[in-house]
Design a binder for this molecule. Structure first.
Ligand code: COA
Length: 381
């Protein structure tokens, strides 16, 4: 049917959370053999955020997710899918997404973590958008969150100057209106896996006193090779995703590349011919927050009024795997969003408290149930 509207995934909520702890280049110059000038010139980073002792990928995910649900005015019980993109989950299992599901009281949601290095969030966005377009879900929450400070070797100047902590989240909702997620590109080249990796803690090299002594539980990276790879794939994926949407690079109103290194962004933007005023960067303040970098940047850009209805927004990322990805979005929500009544926000806060109580009640019931079973079986024996 010529007039049939395409069911698409639209962004209806966004949120971000960064820890309050700031680590400046000056701080780093006292920790390793580096200088403020070197870090700024070679990376474009001035400072980064570091999670406090009580903060985790899960706790930061929750803060970003709650903010996104507030903007979208979506009841957590309506969320059907939660994806947390991360390389620093709270545990190998259970997934951080399940911890977030429980804390939100999103009792009708499926939840899983997604590992695709720094491209994880853009991968997750595409997976959720695809499932929404296919008609499987109406409401999804996609989160990118990292506590990279816990896997950073603070004695290695090659890596410790680059990374930071934080979380960003988007609510995606099904809609037949014009726009939303238009096209996606997901790519990988596993032959480059050695260039950026966490060598120990998996089945190849389980945790042992040797692996700890040899500092194998920290990020290991060949910076020059990753740099070369990034400057090639960033413009390539951007061109491909725009072409897939039937548009031109000149149509991009806002470009949000992965915030890894200012020189990588400059090189890609130059190759693409995108005017600097159409590129969003916040790298100087947060460093590379891996999966969190694109959603934090997108949320900031929206809040700063950099996005208008009808704009073509392109996000693109690259990283460990090697994996890279891009998504083209036609912004469909009128901005700014009207302020919602305070009682609605308070209602959602109350639901989160209720979720905590219910989670506690379920844990207690399981314990009491297990104790009763043991008691009965003991009497039978
Ligand atoms: N302070 C001072 N000197 C440093 C340094 C630091 N923090 N880190 C490295 N150097 C030194 C190197 O040891 C080297 O010294 P040498 O010539 O005596 O061997 C020199 O600076 C140049 O090193 P090089 O690796 O060529 O620097 P670079 O210009 O490529 O910049 C990176 C290094 C890491 C900033 C850059 O390669 C990069 O950003 N790569 C991509 C990393 C990335 O984005 N990773 C995440 C992907 S998601």
């Amino acid at each position: 049917m010529a007039n049939e509207r395409r069911r698409a995934a639209h962004i209806s909520g966004w949120g971000r959370y960064v820890p309050t702890g700031v680590l400046t280049n000056e701080d780093l110059s006292r920790m390793v053999d580096t200088s403020e000038e070197w870090i700024l010139q070679r990376t474009g980073i001035l400072e980064r955020r570091v999670a406090g002792s009580g903060e985790t990928t899960g706790s930061m995910s929750l803060r970003a997710a709650q903010a996104a649900l507030d903007v979208a005015q979506v009841d957590p019980r309506k969320v059907e899918l939660i994806i947390v993109a991360t390389v620093t989950p709270d545990y190998p299992f259970p997934s951080t997404a399940c911890l977030v599901q429980d804390a939100l009281g999103a009792r009708n949601a499926g939840a899983f973590d997604l590992s695709a290095g720094c491209s994880g969030f853009v991968y997750g966005l595409n997976v959720a958008a695809g499932l929404i377009e296919a008609g499987q879900y109406d409401n999804a929450l996609v989160i990118g969150a990292e506590t990279l400070s816990r896997i950073t070797d603070w004695t290695d100047r090659n890596t410790c100057v680059l990374f930071g902590d934080g979380a960003g989240a988007l609510v995606l909702q099904a809609n037949g209106a014009r726009g939303g997620v238009l096209s996606s590109v997901l790519r990988a080249d596993g032959s480059g896996g050695d260039l950026l990796k966490l060598p120990a803690g998996g089945s190849v090299q389980p945790a042992s006193s040797e692996s700890v002594d040899q500092r194998q539980h920290y990020i290991h990276m060949d910076g020059r090779q990753v740099f070369r790879f990034a400057t090639r794939v960033l413009p390539e994926a951007t061109r491909q995703v725009v072409e897939l949407a039937g548009l031109e690079v000149e149509d991009i109103a806002l470009y949000i590349p992965h915030q890894a290194n200012g020189r990588i962004i400059e090189s890609a933007v130059k190759a693409l011919g995108i005017p600097p005023e159409r590129v969003f960067t916040n790298l100087a303040r947060y460093g590379n927050t891996s999966s969190a970098s694109v959603p934090i940047a997108l949320a900031e850009a929206i809040d700063e009024g950099r996005v208008q209805r009808g704009d073509l927004v392109v996000v693109a990322a690259f990283g460990a795997g090697l994996a890279w990805a891009a998504t083209a979005i036609e912004w469909s929500l009128p901005l700014p969003v009207p302020k919602q009544p305070r009682r609605r926000i308070l209602w959602r806060r109350m639901l989160y408290h209720l979720a905590r109580v219910q989670s506690w009640r379920r844990r207690l019931c399981r314990r009491v149930g297990a104790w009763l079973r043991r008691l009965v079986e003991g009497e039978d024996a």
